[in-house]
Structure formats: C-alpha cells, structure tokens
Design a protein around this ligand. Sequence first.
Ligand code: FAD
Length: 436
Amino acid sequence: MASEEEYDFDVIVVGGGIAGGVCAYQLAKAGCDVALIERAEISGSKNLSGGVFYCSVLEDVFPHFFDEAPIERVITRNKVVFLNESSSVGLDYWDSRLAKPVNAVTVLRAHLDAWILEQCEDAGVSVVPGFKVDRLLRADGDSGAIVGVVAAGEEMRSRVVVLADGVNSFLARDAGMRDKPQSQYVGVGVKSVFRIGEQSVRDRFHLSGNEGAAYSYIGDATCGVSGGGFVYSNKDSVSVGVVVRLDALEKSQMSSSDIHDHFVNHPDVRPFIEGGELLEYGAHLVNEGGVHVARPYVSDGCIVIGDAAGFMLNTGFTIRGMDLAAQTGILAAQAIEKAIEKRDYSSAALDVYRDFYEKSWLADDMNTYAKAPDFLDSSLLYDGVGRFASEFLYSVYRHDGSPRRHIGVLIRENLKKSKVRLRDLLRLAWRGGKDI
Ligand SMILES: Cc1cc2nc3c(=O)[nH]c(=O)nc-3n(C[C@H](O)[C@H](O)[C@H](O)COP(=O)(O)OP(=O)(O)OC[C@H]3O[C@@H](n4cnc5c(N)ncnc54)[C@H](O)[C@@H]3O)c2cc1C
C-alpha cells in the first residue's frame, strides 16, 4: 500500500466517455482531487453510439443539461419496423408527452463527451487527453492493491483507480477482474451519419421544431443475422447503422460493413439519407450479454464502470448503454467518496458500490431484461414474423377483383402459406411479454 503522501491524486479515472466523465465530475464536485486520462486527443472523437440517450439520469448531475448540453433532438416519435426485402411493417408511436419532461434525446458523442469533459475541467478535474494508460500500478510488485496507472512510461498514483475504458477494457482483464466476453455476449455496431439539412430532417421524419425520431429495424435490416438496424434523427443529420451479434456474424460469413451497406441502401431506409453528405463512419463493439456479463466489479483500489463493466441493455425497442454508463459513474463516485472518508480503499470498502448498485433502478432493469438477449435471438423475429405480417397485410390491401374474405380467413390462409406456425407466434408473443 502506498503511504498517504505518495498519492498524486485521490482518484484517477481511465477513459473520458460518459461513464468516466460523469464519475470524475461527481468526485470533483464532492471535493476529491481527480485526474481523468483519455487516450484520444479530442475526447469523444472516436466514441460511438447510435445516439438515443435516455438522459433523465443526468438531471441531478447537470441541472442545466437540457439547456446547455449539445443535444440534437428531443425524441417524441418511436418506431419499430419488421423489414423484408421489398416490404416493411411497422409500429409508429408519436407522443408529445415524451418531450415534457424530456425522456430521451439524440446526441453525437464527439460533441457530448467534449461537453462533459468541459464540465469536469470547470469542476477542477485534471483532464489529460492524448494519453493511453498502458497498465495498472500495483503495490508490492504484481500482487498487491492497485495504486495507480502507467501512461507513456510515467507512473501516477492514486487512492482509487476507476476503469471506464470501454467495452474491451484490457485493463480490467489484465487485472483479472473480467474475462474476455464470449462472442454471444458481444455485438459489433457500424454506424454512419449523413447531413441532409434541418428542414429535410423534419420533412422525412414528420417532425416539428426540435422534436426527434428513433426508428429500430429487425429482419432484413441485418440480412437475417441476429441484431438490428437503427435510423435516428439529429438536428440536421441522420444517424443510421446496424448492431449484430458477433457469433451470428461469424456464422453468416458476412462482414458487418456489408450488412451496414445493405441496410442503408434498403429501399425503405435509403430515402432518409438520399442526397446526404457522409459526415462520420465508424465501427465499435457493443456489450450484448446484459445481466450475464454486467457487474459492479471492484478489487483493492479499483472500480470498473460503464461498458468496461459490461453494462448495456438491448430490448429490441430500446438500446441503452449511455444512461447505464452514467448511472454506474454516479454510483461509483458515491462509493469512492465513502472509501476516501474512511481512508480505506480495499475491495471490502469499495464493495459499497455493489450495495448502491443492488439498491438502484439499474440492478432492477438489468434483472427485468435478463432474458432479453435470448429472446432477441429467436430466428422467427428475423424472418417469419415480418414476412407473415407483410403477406397478411398485402392480402388485406390488394384488390385484384377476387372476392373479399374476412380477416380471420386471411390470417389462417397466410399462416398456412408461411413457414410460421400459429403456436410458434403465440409462444413468441408470450415470451416477449415475459422477457422484454
Ligand atoms: C453502434 C452502436 C450503437 C449504440 N446505440 C446506443 C444508443 O442509441 N443509446 C445508448 O444509450 N447506447 C448506445 N450504444 C452503447 C453506448 O455507446 C455505450 O454503452 C456507451 O458509449 C458506454 O460509455 P462508456 O463511457 O462506458 O464507454 P466509451 O464511450 O466506450 O468510453 C470509453 C473511453 O475510454 C477511452 N479509453 C479506452 N482505453 C483507454 C486507455 N487504455 N487509456 C485511456 N483512455 C482509454 C476511450 O478512448 C473512450 O473515450 C451503442 C453502441 C454502439 C457501438
């Protein structure tokens, strides 16, 4: 254990994404001496999210968040779409109540992360961009408590190190706190952003003012590979992309970029970005394991938060990682404050992070959606349901001179024609009701 005088900082936070930024800010506000080390020269420049942020989690952290943060649009329209090669069937939900109070906003990470780090600097955090932390520093050689980090050959010591270094978290793995996630618990996301102009965004998504839309797609969006596509409206641009499970991608022998290109060029998706200027293109890993991998990991002198700790929830309707990252940052900061008060940085003292987690909405949500990853792997979702729905609706709307039949008859006929069995559909609906 380092002596009290040897510490350069109370806390070193590794990673300036949402988890690290929120945690560092909370700690600085509580009077701790904090350094935040971020490998990118410009924070957030390489961070990637689809971009819908369920941001009420930040209300208490940044009371002026909605007025001051670089928000793109306030989401009032949500749509879930089953996509086939040449048809689609969707559930479109618009509700002005989603704007007051604000429920979710679209963000571009290059702007949001930079803004959060500005708030950190104003609160007194020493933000160190452009340095990659290479390894953790331990007391007593390799076996003791974590007492700091090594970046660019330089040692920096702190009472507690927070790992907020994202989904790969090599540092948590090197420290033996996490295993490499199995490929069924990891996805790969590919996203692009196209500028189409403010008025075109409003027109193409049927929006007024600063209202925004979040569309999720399943089925042909990912060429049937387990995963989904998304189209989100920003102020004057559109974020469009796919997330696919790594194990399913490997089996499909397709590349994630081919699936992305297939999605953005789909006739139901292309009109959103037609004529737009490509502003961003990137790929990133995503946690997909939910409660199977997410834990409030601690060890002597160290706490892991955000994607680094496996937090992410995909229900098919919503993708949530950013609010979970922020919440783990908040809970970890509270735990560290307590440990610093007691001058005890052991895993036993830091384990209060786990207690805070268990009592928070985050643990409830992780448990509620424990079976969502398995549900979203149901092959019927990717092929059968969308195709059956579109065949059924075609027979309802198509008037070709043949005698009309009642809807019940059309359902039975189309079920017979499709490979979907009624009992499988009912089972899927029952599972959906239970699992998501
Ligand atoms: C395609 C895609 C779509 C998504 N869509 C959504 C969505 O719509 N809504 C949502 O809420 N979530 C979404 N997510 C998930 C969300 O992006 C993440 O959950 C969130 O970014 C996690 O934040 P974080 O701070 O934990 O990690 P990150 O944002 O990954 O930040 C980690 C930071 O650590 C830095 N770092 C890494 N290693 C080191 C090191 N050794 N030294 C110093 N710095 C280091 C990185 O540069 C980075 O800045 C999506 C993800 C993807 C990939």
